[in-house]
Design a protein around this ligand. Structure first.
Ligand SMILES: NC(=O)c1ccc[n+]([C@@H]2O[C@H](COP(=O)([O-])OP(=O)(O)OC[C@H]3O[C@@H](n4cnc5c(N)ncnc54)[C@H](OP(=O)(O)O)[C@@H]3O)[C@@H](O)[C@H]2O)c1
Length: 332
């Protein structure tokens, strides 16, 4: 296959609204010795891409300015140290940037096979949320079958993935959503209970649902004034997992509650983590979660697909907040 020197990509020169996401011509990136070069068929859209577009995301040094944290496509070239992949293989990959483009470089260990029978436009939406949710709920939160988890933003890309993980490992999931329609969607995707955070007190609801015991884990993307309420909703030995702070990075923490209930407060940010860390998660997901997709126990939840050139529309849809699951860009 001939690899062109140039490609179409979305690479805004300045932060701004969705309109800065214009298709431009950029050089095709070169794979390093441990990388593969992928001809991108589809790229997932994630909320951190919106923050990056707005200039609000702390970009790890050396990451491409082209947005896009996950791709699916065909390997067209490999670095000399790559052992697993060959040109012609179809892969899905977590990348630190560069996904909104016709070609993208991915470290070998961050690539997984496309689950058998899955469309590339569905597969492209898997990595960012699965790596994030697995690493927080399982590796940091030590979730165990039979426990209960409160998932904020239950119909977000992250939220749907967390609901699916809960189903797969046997957690009871409670979701919060901003409307009754989204609550219904969260229940349809496995939430045992869904709380409309605009009309209900989620902490009181979670406590009532658990018979006053509280939840074992909170997956929190809200922060700010949600944190004290999350802590109130946690059971003894509960784990509070911070992955974003849409209502602010600072919070009031009642240390008495932390001590009395022996709570753990933790969190993480996936993007700046080293390749070896991400490769270890990739191996686990391929062994534990990909078979669930192949067996049909889990289904990808793709909200909508936009052509790469309409990335601005994709961001508008995300910012409007009506989506359920993943928004994806199709790349020709
Ligand atoms: N730490 C990491 O490594 C990492 C990685 C990926 C993503 N993230 C973060 O995870 C979050 C979800 O990402 P995504 O790509 O899945 O985005 P998304 O689909 O756009 O979801 C955003 C979600 O936030 C929810 N939300 C906003 N305010 C809320 C509130 N007051 N109470 C409850 N839920 C609220 C929304 O719920 P409604 O629409 O129902 O209002 C929506 O479901 C983002 O904040 C993102 O930055 C973190």
């Amino acid at each position: 296959m001939t690899i062109p020197r140039e490609m179409t990509a979305i690479d805004p020169v300045a932060p701004g609204g969705p309109e800065v996401l214009q298709a431009v011509i950029r050089p095709v990136p070169q794979p390093g010795s441990g990388d593969v070069l992928v001809k991108v068929a589809a790229a997932g859209v994630n909320r951190p891409d919106v923050l990056q577009r707005l200039g609000l995301y702390p970009m790890p040094p050396g990451t491409p300015t082209i947005p896009g944290l996950e791709i699916a496509g065909t390997v067209v070239a490999v670095g000399e140290a790559v052992t697993r992949w060959r040109p012609g293989d179809t892969v899905v990959a977590l990348v630190a940037g560069g996904g909104y483009a016709q070609y993208c470089v991915a470290p070998e260990g961050q690539c997984l096979p496309v689950p058998a029978g899955m469309a590339l436009t569905d597969a492209a939406g898997l990595p960012e949320t699965w790596f994030t949710v697995w690493s927080n709920v399982m590796d940091r939160g030590h979730a165990r079958p039979g426990e209960t988890i409160l998932i904020h933003g239950g119909t977000s890309g992250i939220g749907i993935t967390a609901l699916q993980l809960a189903q797969e490992i046997g957690l009871t999931a409670i979701a919060t959503c901003g409307s009754d329609e989204k609550c219904a969607a969260a229940r349809a995707h496995g939430a045992a209970h869904a709380i409309n955070y605009n009309s209900q007190d989620f902490a009181a609801e979670a406590l009532a649902f658990t018979g006053g015991r509280g939840v074992d884990l909170v997956l929190d993307m809200v922060g700010g004034d949600y944190v004290p309420k999350n802590l109130a909703a946690l059971a003894d030995e509960g784990r509070h997992l911070s992955i974003a702070f849409q209502r602010g990075p600072t919070a009031e923490v009642n240390l008495g509650l932390v001590m009395r209930k022996r709570l753990t407060l933790t969190g993480s940010m996936l993007r700046p983590r080293p390749i070896a860390f991400k490769a270890a998660i990739a191996e686990t997901l391929e062994g534990v979660i990909w078979p669930a997709f192949e067996a049909g126990r889990l289904q990808p939840v793709t909200d909508s697909i936009f052509p790469l050139a309409e990335a601005a529309e994709a961001h508008r849809r995300m910012e409007a907040g009506a989506h359920v699951g993943k928004i994806v860009l199709a790349v020709d």
